[in-house]
Write a protein that binds this ligand. Structure first.
Ligand code: PMP
Length: 437
């Protein structure tokens, strides 16, 4: 496959844009380096690059594009919004419409505030939790990603529960010391952390179903235990549902039937992003009324945004949720994901390549290993070189995946059985080639 234009554009991009990309996850650093593909156009489940090559897309822009690219209903909503003026700096009725849709689908959110990204949403939930509890520390789980604000760019130290160490230059040690990191699916470590630092802990933050070291389900009882331990400690529970909301059904994980025993527990605050903006920049956070009333102009916790709640993003979000509300949409994504994941597994098995697939409804992750993936440590202990080879073989056969062994494959409402057939054919050829490498 000739990608000479992408290579040329990458050289040019390197001169002007740091690292040639506007988000490090887009670089091919984790899969052996070189030029990422410069895409030119997208429609439905397809991408076309600058050289005219076509790809079937499973990146879905890291999650938001759940209805496929350029969905006509969302596109018309964006055009209509643009024609009416893209930014007002005043309240609009549209914001009320989307807020009501979110509240209806996620009942724990009494009050909502729109922001511009998942990062902002998460960052603000932490501020609000600190304002409400008048405590400073937060607990997070190793390998969960919560955006790039200082407090959550913190990695685990060694040991089951640790005060964090900065995961990025520029994050002061003093800030990392405000973060306690424990392994996902490990209630004992959480309990230990709360026993040690509990009276300083404002909140425990979690991706209730993990999307950032593959797709990983909470083990039965984990979220219930987490909520109980946290609330008993007088701390708030924050669910980061930036990936998970509207991913598995029309709602969040909080009412997802696939989670056993997850009744009667609700987070105090929820952070949202991605899907709820239909592909335009958005984030939102919401939660219990008395907690949310900490936020300005009602309360002392400040948060603001020039672009927040802009009519284009809100209109795209409403249109996206309208598409997702239709009968059978999630079942069909699951049917296709199931076919694809089963086919990949069989193909890998046939060629003697160890592969663990974690599938949840219409999304799944592929891990080159022969053990289950239930936490970050296990996800790290997989064959990154094999993933890199698989990624490149698939790309060269017109299948676009995320260039990282930790990212998920996302099915969209635009994928078809023909896409799955073509992808499985590419995978069979890829595994066959890999078996002799
Ligand atoms: N939380 C989670 C769970 C995420 O997956 C992400 C982004 N991948 C974020 C927060 C940050 O969102 P954004 O990139 O929109 O800032």
């Amino acid at each position: 496959m000739n990608r000479s234009t992408s290579e040329k554009l990458y050289q040019e991009a390197l001169l002007h844009i740091v690292g040639g990309v506007n988000s490090p996850s887009r670089s091919f650093k984790a899969v052996g380096g070189g030029a990422p593909v410069f895409m030119k156009r997208a429609s439905g489940s397809n991408f076309w690059d600058e050289d005219g090559n076509r790809y079937i897309d499973y990146l879905a822009a890291y999650g938001p594009i759940i209805t496929g690219h350029a969905h006509p209903h969302i596109t018309s909503a964006i055009i209509a919004a643009a024609e009416n003026g893209v930014l007002y700096g005043t309240p609009t009725q549209l914001e009320i419409t989307l807020a009501k849709m979110l509240k209806e689908a996620i009942p724990s959110m009494d009050k909502v505030r729109f922001v511009n990204s998942g990062t902002e949403a998460v960052m603000t939930t932490i501020r609000v939790a600190r304002a409400f509890t008048k405590r400073s520390k937060i607990v997070k789980f190793a390998g969960c990603y919560h955006g790039h604000s200082d407090l959550v760019l913190v990695a685990a130290g060694s040991g089951p529960s640790t005060l964090g160490i900065p995961d990025s230059a520029g994050v002061p040690k003093s800030i990392a010391q405000e973060v306690i990191t424990v392994p996902f699916n490990d209630l004992d470590s959480l309990q230990e952390a709360l026993e040690k630092w509990g009276e300083d802990v404002a909140a425990v933050m979690v991706e209730p179903i993990v999307g950032n070291f593959g797709m990983v389900m909470p083990q039965p009882g984990f979220l219930e235990g987490l909520c109980k331990l946290t609330h008993d400690n007088g701390s708030l529970v924050i669910y980061d549902e930036v990936i998970t909301a509207f991913r598995f059904h029309y709602g969040s994980t909080q009412t997802y039937a696939g989670l056993e025993n997850h009744h009667d527990i609700t987070p105090d605050l929820t952070a949202l992003g991605k899907i709820i903006g239909g592909g335009l920049p958005i984030g939102a956070y919401g939660g219990r009324k008395e907690v949310m009333e900490q936020v300005a102009p009602l309360g002392p916790a400040y948060q603001a945004g020039t672009m927040a709640g802009n009519p284009a993003s809100i209109s795209a979000g409403i249109a996206c949720l309208e598409v997702l509300r239709a009968e059978g949409v999630y079942d069909e994504m699951e049917r296709l994901a199931n076919r694809l994941a089963d086919g990949l597994q069989q193909s890998a098995d046939r060629h003697g390549i160890p592969l663990t697939i974690n599938r949840i409804r219409g999304s799944f992750s592929t891990h080159f290993c022969d053990h289950p993936i239930t936490n970050y440590e296990e996800a790290q202990d997989t064959d990154g070189e094999r993933f890199a080879s698989f990624f490149r073989h698939m790309l060269n056969r017109g299948i676009n995946l995320a260039p990282s062994k930790y990212e998920a494959w996302f099915l969209t409402t635009a994928h078809t059985d023909a896409d799955i057939d073509a992808t499985l054919e590419a995978a069979e050829e890829s595994f066959s080639a890999m078996a002799t490498e």
